[in-house]
Structures are given as C-alpha cells and as structure tokens.
Design a protein around this ligand. Structure first.
Ligand code: TMP
Length: 485
C-alpha cells in the first residue's frame, strides 16, 4: 500500500528534496533514470567487493526512487507512462543490486559462497514474483498491494544487511527469500479469492437463481446481451455479487447509449411494491464531470415532469456533510484506510435511511453522485482493503437499497486531474497517481464485468451530449416514471 508503511513515513521527509528538484527544472523521468543509474552503480561497487560503500550508494538510489512520483504530481505530469517506467526501473534496480551481490559472493571473496548465491537468486525471484503478482492482478482489474514485504521494506532490509557485513547479509537474504516468496503466495491467495473461483478458470459466474414465478422473469435484451433473469429486489447489494468473466485489460464494453440496442430490463422496483422510485448512481474518477452531468440531467428530467431528488456521497444529509468535511480535510493525512471506509459507510447508512429510501417509497427518481461502488473502487482497490470487506459493510449500510442503474463516467486519472485545474485538492485528490490508477482500474473492471446495472458514458463528450447518453440509458430501464422521456 502506498500510504501505509515505510514509503508513507518517509514521504514527508523527502518533500524539500522534491521541491528542490522542481526548482532545478528536473523532470520525473530524469529522476527515475537517475535512480536506476545510481542503483546500477551501487551494484557495481558491491560486485567489486565494497559492500558497505555499495549500501551507502544504494541509499541514495533508493531516495531517488521515492522522489519521481511526488515530483510528477507536483509538476502535474503524473502519467501512466511515468508510472510504468518507474515500476520497471525499480525492478531493474533491484535485479542489478542482486546481481552485484551474487558477483560479490562468487568473486570478491577468497572462495565462492554458493549458499549465499542461491539465497540471492531466491530473494531476487521472490521480489520479482511479488511484483509480478500485483501487476497481473491489476491487469485483471483487482487491487493487490498487501502482503508482508513491499519494496521499501525490502530495500531497507537489504541495505541494513549490506551495512552489517556479509555474514549478517546472508541471514537477511534468507529472510528476504522466505518473506518475498511468502508475500507472493499471500497475494495469489488474496487475488484468487477476489476473483472468486478456480484460478485456472477465471472468475466464477454467478449461479443462476431458481425461477420465481412471483417476480418478473427474463426480459428482452439487445443483440449484445443474452437474455438474463431480471435482478430481483432481494439481491443483497450490487457490491456483493461476484464479478462475471472480465474482458481483456482495460477494455470497456462497447455499448452505444444513443442507440436503441441498449439492453432493456424489467425495472427492479416492480419486484418491491414499497419501492416505487428509481435509484440511479453516478461513478467515476476525479474530474470526470459527474456533478455537471447530474445537474443537467436533473434539470432535464424536471422539465419533462419527473420527480427528481439529487443526493451526493459522502454527504447528502446534515450528519453526512459533517462526515464529508472530515473525510476530505487535507489537514488529516493520518486518517487510516479503515477509518476512511467506516466513515464513508456511515455517511451512506444515514443517506439511505434519511433520503434514499423515503424518496424511493415516494416514487421519485434519485440521482446520487457516488454510492456503494465508490467504496469498492477507492477503499477496496485504491486503499487495498479488498472488495469482500467493502461489500460486507456496504450490505449493512444499504440494507437492500441497491441502485437500478449505475452510470460510469470514465476518464483516465491524468485527464481528470488536468480538468480539476489549480483548485486546492482535497485529501483524496492529493493521493498518489498509483492510487488513482487503482481506483480507475476498479471502475474499468465494473464496466467490463457484464453486469447490466453498469453503463458507461463518454466523459469527454460535451455536457449536453452526456445528458443525452444518460437519458438513453434511463429509457432502457422501462419504468413507469420514465414514460414520456
Ligand atoms: P466527490 O469529489 O465526487 O464529491 O467525492 C468525494 C471524494 O470521496 C472523492 O475523492 C471520492 C471519495 N469517495 C471515496 O473514497 N469512497 C466513497 O465511498 C465515496 C462515496 C467517495
């Protein structure tokens, strides 16, 4: 996790360096490259037999490795490309250092220590497989940052071992080998759990429900969607359902919302007589334009005579707005992920009971700016708390008030950040580029999940065009409230 552990602890300390590099006009790529160069130099010194000096140089290289992300954010240049290069340079740096150590144990001593060389190979393998497990999981849209040893901890242990000499270093290498391989296993187990099935077969599909004659059954679907049973109101929550088979990395289902091919569904409200209204939620990364879209859509629906209630999360009630103030306060960087999740869910529980349920019972259309899926993306994936934990809390807060439709406003984080411009970022907007990439990855995974509740919008379209797209998706719900739209 980016914010927990050594990296977060060291971040404040290196802030002056980041500012100095910015003033000197250094680019984030330059810093990444310098970090790699310095690590390779450290490896060379180590290979030449200077273990202690190699450790000191490696400290400098590791500091450089920490600076590039913060510098990119400071200069507004954080990008996927930068994150990709940085991640690869980090792996290459580690490989170089381990190669230097292997050479040290083979050549710099009066006789080769093959046991130590084996430990070097195992520690290197463990550190690469740990990173590979994460990269592969994120490619499949699942966050994977946990485990015993993350890179900063690995580097600190390694440098300490090098400083304390070759005998202690051997013990450290043995510890690193065991712990990194164990971390890989932890990650494999966690991701397999999240994907919900046999890792060889990919994520499990939901078991079809037994037909229930009291509820509406299958509805006509568009050409791109096979007929599916309608989702009964008893579905615990949108967040507790298993993912359906995911598409290749980052691919979004191509549904043109302005055509009539949008799959239609029997509205879930039919299954719950107490729920006469409709709940439509809006999700997306920072700067994706949800609020403008919701305003435009609400105006349009009201003009057309539909009873609309607009809400937002976190917030939307007097108590919820106070919780929101705490959650977004940049002067509270110490707020831990667990607290953050619980506060998000607390605000949601209040909103559901105070606003959403009464509005649905009164037959209104509720347009909610973020809802349960935001916690799955931000806290589950972004913070690495995991989907299962978030789902359980969401189920508790929602108590059945699941959305009928969720519109995903998809925009890559870098573009969203540019849209936010110069305004003072809140606590979550200040998060690392990697965090926002994980959030975006989770939204992409929802879009690709095949769940008909999720519909994507082109967040780069002009606001009026987005309102049209949203209306087209609403029409697909075929609800009494929407006749005449
Ligand atoms: P907003 O900027 O769209 O109003 O959202 C406020 C911030 O709260 C935004 O950064 C997303 C974040 N958030 C979560 O992290 N988890 C949640 O469950 C919700 C609802 C919002």
């Amino acid at each position: 996790m980016d914010r927990i552990g050594l990296k977060a602890a060291a971040r404040d300390k290196v802030k002056p360096l980041v500012l100095a590099l910015d003033r000197a006009g250094v680019s984030p790529d330059g810093v990444s490259l310098a970090g790699l160069g310095i690590s390779v130099f450290a490896a060379w010194i180590t290979a030449a037999g200077q273990l202690f000096l190699g450790a000191l140089v490696l400290i400098v290289g590791s500091v450089f490795d920490m600076l590039d992300g913060d510098l990119a954010r400071l200069q507004g240049r954080a990008s996927k490309r930068g994150a990709f290069l940085d991640s690869n340079f980090d792996r290459l740096s580690e490989a170089a250092v381990y190669a230097g150590l292997a050479w040290f144990y083979m050549e710099a001593l009066s006789w080769p220590d093959s046991g130590a060389v084996l430990l070097v190979i195992l520690a290197l393998t463990g550190s690469l497989t740990t990173s590979y497990a994460r990269a592969r999981a994120e490619g499949l849209g699942v966050a994977c940052t946990g485990g015993w040893l993350q890179r900063p901890e690995r580097m600190v242990l390694l440098i300490l071992g090098m400083i304390l000499g070759r005998h202690v270093l051997k013990l450290v290498l043995a510890l690193l080998a065991a712990a990194t391989l164990f971390t890989t296993l932890q990650r494999i187990a966690a991701v397999s759990r999240d994907l919900g099935g046999d890792p060889r077969e990919g994520p499990r599909r939901p078991r079809p429900r037994a037909p229930d004659l009291a509820r509406p059954s299958t509805v006509a679907a568009g050409p791109d969607a096979p007929a599916r049973p309608a989702r009964p109101r008893t579905t615990p929550s949108p967040t507790s359902r298993r993912r359906r088979r995911s598409r290749p990395d980052g691919e979004i289902p191509l549904v043109d919302p302005t055509t009539t091919t949008t799959p239609t569904r029997t509205c879930t409200a039919v299954a719950d007589p107490a729920r006469r209204g409709l709940l439509v939620t809006f999700e997306g990364p920072e700067g994706s334009g949800k609020s403008t879209l919701i305003r435009g859509l609400a105006d349009r629906l009201r003009t057309l005579g539909s009873p609309v209630v607009v809400a937002r999360e976190p917030g939307g009630t007097p108590a919820g707005e106070r919780i929101r103030a705490v959650l977004l306060d940049p002067s509270l960087p110490e707020l831990c992920p667990e607290t953050e999740l619980l506060l998000m869910v607390a605000s949601r529980a209040q909103l559901v009971r105070e606003v959403v349920r009464p509005a649905l019972a009164a037959g209104r259309i509720v347009l909610c700016d973020r809802y349960a899926d935001a916690s799955v993306a931000y806290q589950g994936a972004g913070r690495g708390l995991g989907k299962a934990r978030v789902d359980a809390l969401n189920d508790f807060a929602l108590a059945g008030a699941a959305p009928d439709l969720t519109l995903l406003c998809l925009l890559p984080p870098a573009a969203g950040r540019r849209r936010c411009g110069d305004r003072d970022p809140d606590r979550l907007e200040r998060e690392t580029a990697a965090f926002h990439e994980r959030v975006y990855g989770a939204y992409l995974a929802m879009a690709a999940s095949g769940d008909p509740r999720f519909r994507t919008l082109d967040a780069t379209a002009p606001p009026a065009g987005q309102v049209e797209q949203a209306l087209a998706h609403l029409r697909g719900l075929e609800h009494d409230l929407l006749t005449g739209l």
